[in-house]
Design a protein. Structure first.
Length: 216
């Protein structure tokens, strides 16, 4: 074979080899699976904030199924030890709006709607001197006063003026009374003072609980 022919054969073989190699590489690259596109998940927030207030009609729609049991008569409590705390939702009441509120003791409070609102309970007290306080959330100074009755005696009760913007005990208007012997007391909370209209309260505040302490 002549030298020129050998050179042409060599070039042809090299070109064929190069073409086959490139074609194989392209085929392998096409057969490799594509990497999945990473999706960024969007976070979401939900639930009820610590200051969210819900009426009875919307409590269940927000996932709160355990509603306070509505009583049909005044419950009876025994004062033992040094103090007694009564949740407003555990009293016999009418025309109070139930409020779901994480900031309230027991996660519920009662909002005083108008002058016909009332809440009642009976308490067996041993002889002694006592002080009563109410834990209350008042939205403003015009909605911060109400009356607490110990039997027929009324006490005008209010929080800070102006209100501090969260639940607070009514330490500025303490309900003080003394019993000479063991006595069953009717506790009643309402807006008005039937004995003195000048001491009538307002509506709109949310009441959390009543706290009684024995002084001596």
């Amino acid at each position: 074979m002549k030298l020129a022919n050998k050179f042409l054969v060599f070039v042809g073989a090299f070109t064929a080899s190069l073409f086959f190699s490139c074609g194989s590489t392209a085929t392998m690259e096409k057969s490799q699976p594509a990497k999945p596109v990473e999706k960024q998940s969007m976070g979401s927030s939900g639930g009820i904030s610590s200051r969210t207030e819900l009426s009875v009609g919307s409590i269940k729609s927000h996932g709160l199924d355990k509603l306070p049991k509505r009583l049909t008569e005044a419950p009876k409590f025994d004062f033992t030890g040094d103090k007694l705390q009564i949740e407003l939702e555990n009293m016999y009441y009418d025309n109070f709006e139930v409020i779901a509120d994480d900031s309230a003791s027991g996660s519920f409070g009662l909002r005083l709607e108008d002058e016909s609102s009332w809440a009642i309970a009976e308490i067996n007290f041993p002889a002694g001197s006592y002080e009563g306080l109410v834990n209350v959330y008042a939205p403003d100074t015009k909605k911060s006063r109400f009356n607490v009755y110990i039997n027929k005696d009324s006490y005008l009760v209010y929080g800070s003026e102006p209100p501090i913007g969260k639940y607070e005990l009514t330490t500025r208007s303490v309900v003080s009374f003394t019993l000479d012997q063991p006595t069953t007391v009717t506790l009643k909370i309402q807006q008005n003072d039937v004995n003195n209209p000048a001491n009538n309260g307002q509506t709109g505040m949310t009441l959390d609980y009543v706290l009684f302490k024995k002084v001596n």
